[in-house]
Design a protein around this ligand. Structure first.
Ligand code: BG6
Ligand code: MG
Length: 214
């Protein structure tokens, strides 16, 4: 494989916002009587806001009108935004900046493919917006992960063929999206959970771009 671009997920890869999404969904789920734990949360990782709410409602065998669902999703998002309000560059996960900088220093393109509509705010708080050559605007994506649309859009905008891209993800749905896009998938987390990935690393301190360039 001739690698020309690396496309990063945000939540759970570059910063631990996956935990804030977990806390906000858990709060909402318990409020409507749906049991919520880390195992069920794994199914929500990488899934967009409405998709996540629909999974929670299905888990509780609940059905709400569209209007009620929008109100619940808005409530979760407001809680999430309170949780991320104080974020600073200190919230970058170990190895994140080094990984981003090493890709650019190697002459490759750097992309971001997060389905979060809060991604631009989080990147600004972390102070890393300018480390990306292209950031997908989640509001322009029709089909969330595991559909390949978001990774294909990033590759297209970077001007790189999907087979020359490597995607990095912490979510099962995210790894599936990368593989469906025809890219090499690096999972960040538990190899048993991310079994579809080509390679799994515990965190970005273990990401070595040089290993992919030889
Ligand atoms: C993903 C997270 O990055 O973004 C999901 O893994 C989250 O947990 C999704 O639901 C959508 O985020 P937001 O900020 O648009 O509600
Ligand atoms: Mg993620």
């Amino acid at each position: 494989m001739k690698l020309e671009a690396v496309i990063f997920d945000l939540d759970g890869v570059i910063t631990d916002t996956a935990h804030y999404h977990f806390l906000a969904w858990k709060h909402l789920a318990e409020q409507i009587g749906v049991p919520f734990d880390e195992v069920f949360n794994e199914k929500l990782k990488g899934v967009d806001r409405m998709g996540s709410l629909n999974l929670i409602l299905a888990q509780g065998d609940l059905s709400f009108s569209e209007e009620e669902k929008v109100a619940l999703a808005t409530q979760k998002n407001m809680h999430y935004q309170e949780l991320i309000a104080g974020m600073t560059p200190a919230d970058l996960l170990p190895g994140a900046v080094q990984a981003l900088d090493s890709v650019r220093a190697a002459g490759l393109k750097v992309g971001l493919a997060s389905v979060s509509r809060n991604a631009f705010t989080v990147l600004e708080s972390l102070g890393i917006t300018d480390k990306f050559d292209y950031i997908v605007d989640a509001s322009t994506i029709q089909r969330g992960k595991p559909d390949p649309e978001i990774f294909l859009k990033a590759a297209h905008e970077l001007g790189v063929a999907p087979e020359h891209c490597l995607g990095i993800e912490d979510a099962v749905a995210g790894v599936a999206s990368i593989k469906a896009a025809g890219m090499y998938a690096v999972g960040v987390g538990d190899p048993e959970v991310l079994s579809q990935a080509d390679q799994v690393i515990p965190d970005l301190t273990a990401f070595n771009i040089q290993a992919f360039l030889q």
